[in-house]
Structure formats: structure tokens, C-alpha cells
Design a protein. Structure first.
Length: 408
């Protein structure tokens, strides 16, 4: 095998927030880390992380208490500008598109947590991670992986060939390169993919009524799943919200074709004017929704994290949190590694796979089940679904369990 151009303990492939967090955490553990992937040009902006007057990013995440603890441990959370983060203290979910649909109410006080979630822009999160990676001495390599080979000789390593013609060697590779992961394909891991026939349409709005730090969600067969997430408001008398509308493909096409004024009116009407008059402040964008399951989370000298390891319906806002959960367990496994155990030892990474398999499957099954329940159903099952939803909405115990699960 020819010599690589550079050698690391760990190479993380993937420029998203999960890959950045994995690279940072591994570097903070004292290992030499390379971080590979085409740089996100839009994130290389002014270094202040976003000022109160800056335009809002349409892509936002609802970060759970568990994710906040990980980001605190990485010394990221307090580095993000507080003016760009909105807490979610209440969540109101309506089991139907009608104005009088039965409501499931979740609140932080009943769940004994500081908040149900915090809404953070992708741009703010990635900028802060980018800055921390620079301080941590992580080697940032703006390139794409084209091939991978594994040498299990006395100095075992993986070698990654890059589009530029360079190559990198590492004792371990962390694949965080997204739902269409190149590394997953190179490792021969075949995912099971189901297209939901929906797209997530996202946009941000100013509103004439305040949101009260509340997230709202409506579920319906024709509607799809429509969520309004709180953003920091310009004034106490008004509001600002981020929309995620998981819309059937035909409806998504219709929404994306609307003018900004028409889109705002359409969303206000669909949400029964809960937040009053709405004004579009960012253009609508969309992304395909898929369920992705993989048979294995590890391969020789490789670990899958984030969307490379799983994808799920965004109705519960947990996709990013599950990815950060992968990172937390990966770092736990590294901290627990015995001094005699080599970094690429498959026995070491089976611990990671065992720890993540059930947690990921539970969240995928839950989101998939809810999506199916509020999709097309025979008439008798619609009645049963509505009865079940009302029972859930009235049960304090179930609500507490839901909050506890989401807070992980």
C-alpha cells in the first residue's frame, strides 16, 4: 500500500453539525483528527455566530435537553448567541386539521425539565462548531472521498482517497456524510429506504401574535404534518416562527409555487390563525422525507453516525437529536476504551452498535407509526385512531413518558 499524504488517529467525514460535533469531541479526547468534506460556503461568514438583525436561516433544529448537555460538554452551548436561541416550554399537538381537533399538551413544568427543546438555526450551530474546531487543532480538509481501503496488517488503518488525488490514513473513520453516505456505500452497507411521498417545506414568518414559547403541530390526512416552532421575537407584542410542513408531494409543489404573501396566508389559514397575521421573512425551501434503516452501524475501521446511520420522519423533531445521541455514545465508548485495545478494534465499536440500535429503532418506529396513523386509513380505523389519540391526550402518565423520551 502506498504511503498516505497525511495520517490521523481518526478521520471524520461529513460537514454537518453531527460530523462537526464528532470531530470536536474526538479531538478534545486527545486524538489527532482530520475533518473531511466539501466546505459549506454559506457558513464561512462573520464569526459572531449571528447578530439579532441578521436574516434568519430557514433550517432550524429543536435541540433536546440531552443534546444541550452534549453541546455544553463540548463547550459549544454557551458560545452560541443567546439572541438566536428560543426555548420551547410548551408543545400543543392537534390530532387533526380541524379547529376543534383533540389536543395533546406537553409542558416543561410537568416533565420537570428546563425546557422541552431549544430552537437553534443550523447556521448558528455550524458556525460555532467551526470556530471551536479551529481552536481544537482539527485539520479541516475541503475535499470529497472517492474510495476507501482497509489494511489490517500490523499497523492497521483505513486509507481514504480524495477527489483532489490526495489520500488520508486513519486508525478509525467516522462516517457522518449524510443520508446518501458515500462511505456507507464504500463499506458495502446497503440501507433499506422508504420514500414517504412527502417533502419538508420550511420557511420563517413574522406573526402579529406572540407564540408564548410554544411549539404547535397539526396532523391530518390531507394536510400532512404542519409544525410552527418559536423563534426569538422582534418585540414582546409580536412573534416570529419557523414552519416545517411535511406535505404530500403534490401539496409541496403547490406551496413552493406560492408568492411570499400567498404562502403566509395559506399557512395562517391552515393553522387557524393561531399566531394571527403572518408575514413571510425567508423563502420557502424543501427536502425529501425518507425512512432509512441500515443493517449495521459499523464496518471494518468505520462507524456510522447521524443520517448516514439512520433517517426518520421529522414530525417529532428528533432526527438531529438522535444524531447527536450517536456522537455522545461514540465519545463514551472512546472514554471507556481499555489501554490495550487498539482504536479500530471491532469489539470496541460493537459496544457503540449495541447501545444505539434500540434507541434509534424506537424513535424510527414511533415517528413512522404516527405518520402512518394520520395518513390514509379505512374509515373504521380512523375512528379507532381518534379514540386512541384522545386517550393519549388525557393521560398524564403518557405525557410525562413522552417528555422523558424526548428529553434524552
Amino acid at each position: 500500500m502506498s504511503a498516505a499524504d497525511a495520517s490521523f488517529d481518526v478521520v471524520v467525514v461529513g460537514r454537518g453539525a453531527v460530523g462537526a460535533a464528532a470531530a470536536l469531541g474526538v479531538a478534545q479526547s486527545g486524538l489527532r483528527v482530520g475533518w473531511v468534506g466539501p466546505a459549506a460556503r454559506s457558513s464561512v461568514l462573520d464569526p459572531d455566530g449571528g447578530t439579532p438583525g441578521e436574516a434568519w436561516d430557514s433550517r432550524v433544529f429543536a435541540l433536546s435537553p440531552g443534546t444541550r448537555e452534549l453541546l455544553r460538554a463540548l463547550r459549544i452551548w454557551d458560545a452560541m448567541p443567546a439572541a438566536r436561541i428560543a426555548p420551547v416550554y410548551d408543545m400543543r399537538v392537534y390530532g387533526g386539521a380541524e379547529a376543534d381537533a383533540p389536543e395533546l399538551h406537553l409542558d416543561a413544568y410537568s416533565g420537570r425539565v428546563d425546557a422541552l427543546a431549544w430552537i437553534v438555526e443550523n447556521r448558528t450551530l455550524v458556525r460555532t462548531l467551526d470556530a471551536a474546531l479551529g481552536f481544537a487543532g482539527v485539520a479541516s480538509i475541503d475535499d470529497a472521498v472517492t474510495a476507501m481501503r482497509v489494511d489490517e496488517g500490523p499497523h492497521g488503518r483505513a486509507v481514504l482517497d480524495l477527489a483532489s488525488g490526495r489520500s488520508l490514513a486513519a486508525k478509525l473513520v467516522v462516517a457522518a456524510d449524510g443520508a446518501d453516505s458515500t462511505l456507507r456505500t464504500l463499506a458495502g452497507i446497503e440501507p433499506r429506504v422508504r420514500d414517504y411521498g412527502q417533502r419538508g417545506v420550511v420557511a420563517n414568518f413574522d406573526t402579529s401574535l406572540p407564540h408564548g414559547d410554544t411549539a404547535f403541530q397539526w396532523l391530518g390526512e390531507q394536510l400532512g404534518i404542519l409544525a410552527l416552532l418559536p423563534l426569538p421575537a422582534a418585540s414582546p407584542e409580536r412573534g416570529r416562527t419557523s414552519m416545517v410542513w411535511s406535505a404530500p408531494d403534490a401539496l409541496a409543489d403547490e406551496l413552493l409555487a406560492l408568492t411570499p404573501d400567498a404562502l403566509a396566508e395559506r399557512v395562517a389559514e391552515a393553522t387557524h390563525r393561531t399566531l394571527g397575521v403572518m408575514t413571510t421573512i425567508t423563502p420557502a425551501q424543501s427536502f425529501a422525507l425518507r425512512l432509512i434503516r441500515v443493517p449495521r452501524l459499523i464496518a471494518p475501521r468505520m462507524v456510522l453516525v447521524g443520517d448516514a446511520a439512520h433517517a426518520m420522519h421529522p414530525l417529532a423533531g428528533q432526527g438531529m437529536n438522535v444524531g447527536f445521541g450517536d456522537v455522545a455514545v461514540l465519545l463514551d465508548v472512546l472514554r471507556g476504551r481499555e489501554p490495550y485495545r487498539e482504536l479500530g478494534d471491532p469489539l470496541l465499536w460493537r459496544r457503540y452498535e449495541r447501545a444505539r440500535r434500540e434507541a434509534v429503532s424506537l424513535m424510527q418506529d414511533a415517528t413512522d407509526g404516527i405518520k402512518r396513523a394520520f395518513g390514509p386509513l379505512p374509515a373504521p380505523l380512523v375512528g379507532l385512531r381518534d379514540l386512541g389519540w384522545r386517550a393519549v391526550a388525557r393521560s398524564d402518565w403518557i405525557r410525562r413518558r413522552m417528555i422523558a423520551q424526548a428529553a434524552r
